[in-house]
Design a protein around this ligand. Structure first.
Ligand SMILES: Nc1ncnc2c1ncn2[C@@H]1O[C@H](COP(=O)(O)OP(=O)(O)OP(=O)(O)O)[C@@H](O)[C@H]1O
Length: 483
């Protein structure tokens, strides 16, 4: 932020505050580069003039619904405007064509009901109060009028409300372009019904969010010439693979592991499972249960959601066999072998988990063991097999677990897409991109680094777009975004 030069005695300003981020007050003395400010909370603060920002004393007390109308578009001005509106349960605010959505952490039914959808249908952006439906409506009408595809980007940090906002966008687009599908299930219903399945396998409890999406999602809704939804596809990317083998308090691994460990007893017996705390991939964190998540009920709900999206009983069995196999793999420990750089299965307990993983994956247990404790090297003379020490065997085990879990996730997404169905003749679509939130981990793996830097890059691009859009007239701009 450029230094503010017109600060004089009597100026109303914002100064940084460690608890409130920014606090407002009046300058009563200036000595050199220091301004002395009496804050509205009765404190006296001294700050460098370059670190304080002017306050617009004529700003409307209820805030403005489009922040391009703020006299000062600086951080304290923006935050104050959003806070004033949020206090009145107004969670949406525009900055030009971009919608800022603040997480209400409570259901606001009147804000998202069918009457509200009716109201926003066909309304111009800015004619009504800021709303996520207005963004969806604009992108739909642009698509229909110009015959071109459109995209809506939903971005924000973890727990900001991206997934909930994406669901509202989908619901509104389904309201505009909905039609009856085969067998009574519409395409849009199937897309929405696939959420619990994807969330069971791709969401986890994190520090910030009990149901955090650990993958990015791009949902394409395809439309026919009359503007009705004719097909859909879900594309996912950057599943956080490292979580499968590595979790730390107070986070959890992917929900499906805990759901399966709370399954009815016949399933527990079939998959040779036990309490989640007996599995290495789950007990690295002391967080096993989460308030508000009933793992036993969620297991049944996930099975039900799988039925709804057309995943057969046989396929469901196979899916949960892989999930259970991952847990058993994590409990295989290795000890040093008799030769240098070699390892053996540590004990009878590890042998039990190796054999169970092999049975569940329907593979030869001896081959599975060799794959973990040996390595094949391709040389010009042919393939050489060497043994590896316990540490390398553990790395192989974790690599294998991550690989089969992410392949399972990709398979699920493909399966859901196959059952929703795509329209090969559709020439236009609306894509909704939900970029998952970034955060910093205690131990950052290459996978964390890759996803965090990509997400940060996207967020930086979005931030740059904001300021550009805020500075110029937004008339005619074709991009829409929500954050
Ligand atoms: N519009 C909303 N109405 C009601 N509750 C909401 C809304 N948006 C978010 N929430 C609440 O906040 C929680 C976190 O929101 P959400 O999962 O959408 O965040 P996210 O940005 O997708 O996070 P992550 O990147 O970690 O997946 C939700 O589980 C819900 O309880």
């Amino acid at each position: 932020m450029a230094p503010v030069l017109n600060i004089v005695i009597g100026s109303h300003v914002w100064v940084a505050d460690k608890d409130l981020a920014w606090i407002d007050g009046e300058v009563f003395k200036i000595d050199g580069q220091n301004a002395h400010v009496r804050t509205t909370k009765g404190k006296t603060v001294t700050a460098n003039v370059s670190d304080i920002h002017p306050k617009d004393t004529e700003a409307p007390p209820d805030g403005v619904d489009d922040m391009t109308r703020l006299s000062y578009l600086h951080e304290p001005g923006v935050l104050d405007n959003l806070a004033v509106r949020y206090a009145k349960n107004i969670i949406y605010t525009y900055t030009g064509n971009i919608l800022i959505a603040i997480n209400p952490f409570q259901r606001l039914p009147n804000l998202v009901d069918v009457q509200t959808m009716e109201k926003y249908k066909g309304a111009n952006l800015g004619d009504l109060d800021p709303h996520v439906f207005a963004i969806a409506d604009v992108s739909y009408r642009q698509m229909m009028n110009e015959g071109k595809s459109n995209s809506i980007l939903v971005s924000g940090e973890s727990g900001a409300g991206k997934t909930e906002t994406t669901k509202l966008l989908m619901r509104y687009l389904a309201f505009l372009g909905g039609r009856s599908g085969t067998g009574g299930r519409t395409v849009e219903q199937q897309v929405l019904e696939s959420n619990p399945v994807l969330e069971a396998f791709g969401n986890a409890k994190t520090v910030r969010n009990n149901n955090s999406s650990r993958f990015g999602k791009f949902v394409e809704l395809q439309f026919d010439k009359s503007g009705k939804i004719s097909g859909a596809a879900i594309r996912t990317y950057l599943l956080e693979r490292s979580r499968v083998c590595q979790t730390s308090s107070p986070e959890r691994n992917y929900h499906c592991f805990y759901f399966l460990c709370s399954a009815p007893s016949e399933d527990i017996k079939k998959y040779k499972l036990g309490d989640p705390s007996s599995f290495h991939y789950l007990n690295q964190s002391s967080c096993i249960r989460v308030d508000g998540i009933n793992d036993a009920e969620e297991y049944l709900a996930t099975r039900n959601a799988m039925d709804m999206v057309g995943i057969t009983e046989e396929e469901q069995e196979a899916i949960f066999r892989v999930v259970a196999a991952v847990l058993h793999l994590g409990n295989i420990s290795f000890a040093k072998g008799t030769e240098a750089d070699s390892s053996v299965i540590k004990d009878a307990k590890s042998r039990f988990h190796l054999n169970t993983a092999g049975e569940l994956l329907m593979c030869d247990c001896e081959k599975l063991e060799n794959a973990l404790i040996k390595r094949e090297i391709n040389t010009p003379e042919g393939v050489i097999t060497t043994t590896v020490g316990p540490n390398s065997a553990t790395v192989s085990r974790d690599g294998f677990a991550k690989q089969i879990y992410s392949r399972l996730f990709d398979w699920l997404v493909n399966r859901i897409n196959a059952s929703i169905g795509q329209d090969p003749s559709s020439d236009k679509l609306i894509g909704v991109l939900d970029i998952y939130g970034f955060e910093s981990f205690k131990t950052n793996s290459l996978n964390n680094y890759a996803s965090t830097s990509r997400t940060k890059n996207s967020s930086n691009i979005l931030t740059r777009m904001y300021s550009k859009w805020s500075r110029r007239s937004t008339q005619g701009s074709r991009l829409t975004g929500v954050t």
